[in-house]
Design a protein around this ligand. Sequence first.
Ligand code: C6P
Length: 417
Amino acid sequence: MNVSAPISTLDGAEAVRQDFPILQRVLPNGRPLVYLDNAASSQKPEAVIRAMDDYYRRYNANVHRGVHTLSEEATAAFEAARAKVAHFIHAPSARQIVFTRGSTEGINLVAYAWGRANLGPGDEVLITQMEHHANIVPWQILQEQLGFTLRYVPLTDQGTLDLSQLDTLLTERTKLFSFVHASNVLGTINPVTELVAAARAVGARVLVDGAQSVPHMPVDVQALDVDFLVFSSHKMCGPTGIGVLYAKRELLEAMPPFMGGGEMIREVKLTGSKWNSVPYKFEPGTPAIAEAIGLGAAVDYLTEVGMERVLAHDRELVQYAYARMSEVEGLRILGPGPDARGGLIAFTLEGIHPHDISAILDRAGVAIRAGHHCAQPLHDRYSVPASARASFYLYNSASEIDVLIDALQDAQNVFML
Ligand code: C6P
């Protein structure tokens, strides 16, 4: 591969970059920003910022409550955002889109609403060793209360799921198989179709953590036939404070509510209450209205660019970055080769702590993340306490990766002195 070939898929990413005001930023030390921390949170295009600003300036009001113009406009925009999200992931109906605060809340919602109604002693929940803590801890908490068993699919040395023991891990006792679509550390993209088929064969439900996949590739919940999918707006050009739980209609209908309050009820008497229809049964209280509208604008933006192009661009960037990073002496990449991963690379650099790498890169204007990335069992598996991670998105370019490589080499020079 010619590693100096230009990234061309997204017109050199230049056209896209113009849409993101923050990317024009020069840091206090005079360096232009090179933002490579997209797996933690992405930047926002002008269209998203404007949509939220417009709501607050022109039609800020509560939704589903008022019979006045502003409330009706706000309700229409809020529900239009739900419909856009449904279309984006090919959900059969907008009623299957529950707004949450993010992927974490989505998984907790399934754990508490579906889990408490369906799990008990003798049952098993299967997750994997590459999960983010958001898909481990809720099950551990619930396990204590309900007495089911939590099992883990182990990982290969190459950073993929070790499916050789799947037959013994996924059995008639398994009520739920919950796994990450794209790992936030290894970059591994898991074979969802194959895993769903294996779960179906034993009658288990499937939850997919799409926090790192939905922002980066086309995802079709009907084609994948998943029961639950969660993702976060802030990783896909949208605002923080909002995310999505998609679920099959019959599951949402059968699940009891997770939290009680206004909006999620049809009728409240002193003797008891009746629940609202889905998805409102799971959305108590005033929702994140501006944020939902911002997410709707983010979905419009990504749709206009095209998720196939976002994926192709990610692929080109990661191949380029993988080849260039392999040139750096003492640099160890976690996870599979460039063809089997999404647009991120976590790594260690011999003799330098990841936090020091991040601090030195920051001096060069390069933003990356360092630490365990909320995936401690994964890091334990590879016997590294922490890693540094560069993660890419549609506005990143090959020349930014060159800046990263130069800064990594500088870091080595600093520490070799
Ligand atoms: N990972 C990262 O830097 P929230 O925080 O709820 O929006 O998303 C949680 C989450 C769940 N699953 C996966 C695979 C994730 O990557 C994340 C968030 C960020 O890797 C913040 S820790």
